[in-house]
Design a protein. Structure first.
Length: 350
């Protein structure tokens, strides 16, 4: 018996999600193996050639890159698993997949989810963020800056929603344990620095080298400072950032259940934008992206209300399609938009 388009989509998405998780498992095991082996080999050389200790942070960076890959892979996997969960909940007013299509849904996701994510996590776009050295102040405080203490718990906080009702939410421990092993590997990668400093110290104490004492002392001090800087300005900050992201993946906005709810909002926003000027069935409106952006901005004006809006059997289009309030400088007036949507929510849900 053949599969329906929805069943085929579920199977394809689940296979893709499984492959992403398997990819990280493969990378992480190799990172631990190569990182540990490399550190041991470099430590053996550092005893005779202390300068090799300067290259230890390269192994630390390699392991950190694998941890970031893990965040990316599991984030993509949760998005796909969330889509499966969304499809399993069809029958409550959503269009079937055969009428929308995976790529069209992804197009809408890239606007709706990104807008909602930024609204919840409060990005400061003017502050520099690089691949590893994320702005820690932003990372620590962006998560639920306005909504963290909301009562009842926000819809995306699976752990609080369970805890507030006397239960416990367990998202699994694989990522936590694997990241713990990778962090240990990062510290093992610094072992060549320890050996190099020890070798230089022995040369100074025993006077067994023709190199002047002040040169060896300077070299040992610089290497020690290099190791300390690597720990306090790279390993610890990047580990804190990864830990925040891991928690968000397991029981926050990027968890599977939250992704399923966002997919429902994506389907709703797509339907509203697609019908905004009654387009031809396969072409869509010329201003589809603009309409989708307006709807996304309204949904994200107060993220706490997002689940209420997507839970309606039929969304009143006049609320979401009208133009956004604009400041005197031509930018969107976010406070006015938030106040406007709060009034709409009060009128709709009382």
């Amino acid at each position: 018996m053949g599969f329906t388009p929805e069943q085929q989509a579920v199977e394809a998405r689940r296979t893709e999600a499984d492959s992403k998780r398997a990819c990280f498992r493969d990378y992480s095991i190799k990172a631990v193996g190569w990182g540990t082996t490399g550190a041991i080999a470099m430590a053996g050389i550092a005893a005779k050639v202390p300068v090799i200790g300067w290259s230890s942070p390269a192994l630390v960076i390699l392991v950190a890159a694998v941890m970031r890959i893990g965040i990316h892979k599991f984030s993509s996997a949760n998005r796909l698993y969330g889509y499966q969960l969304h499809l399993e909940r069809l029958g409550t007013g959503d269009k079937p997949l055969s009428e929308i299509g995976w790529e069209q849904m992804c197009r809408a996701w890239r606007i709706v989810q990104a807008t909602l994510y930024r609204s919840i996590h409060e990005f400061d776009e003017d502050r520099h963020r690089s691949l590893f050295f994320d702005d820690l102040d932003t990372e620590q405080h962006r998560e639920f800056k306005k909504y963290h203490d909301a009562v009842p718990a926000p819809w995306w906080r699976q752990d609080r929603r369970a805890r507030d009702n006397g239960a416990f939410y367990h998202a699994g421990s694989y990522l936590d344990r694997m990241f713990g092993i990778l962090r240990i590997t990062q510290y093992v990668a610094l072992f060549p620095i320890v050996i190099a400093v020890g070798s230089l110290t022995w040369q100074i104490v025993s006077a067994a080298s023709a190199i002047p004492v002040w040169v060896s002392l300077t070299h040992a001090t610089a290497l020690l400072a290099w190791g300390v800087l690597t720990v306090f300005y790279f390993i610890i900050p990047s580990s804190r950032v990864v830990e925040i992201k891991r928690k968000n993946l397991e029981f926050g906005f990027l968890s599977i259940h939250s992704c399923a709810l966002v997919w429902r909002g994506v389907a709703m926003a797509h339907s509203l934008a697609w019908q905004s000027d009654k387009p031809e069935p396969k072409q869509g409106p010329a201003d589809y992206t603009e309409q989708l952006a307006i709807i996304s901005a309204r949904l994200a004006a107060n993220p706490l209300h997002f689940r209420d809006w997507i839970g309606l059997p039929k969304i009143p289009p006049d609320i979401f399609i009208e133009p956004l309030p604009i400041d005197e400088d031509g930018s969107i007036d976010t406070e006015a938009l938030r106040e406007q949507m709060n009034k709409c929510w009060q009128a709709q849900f009382g």
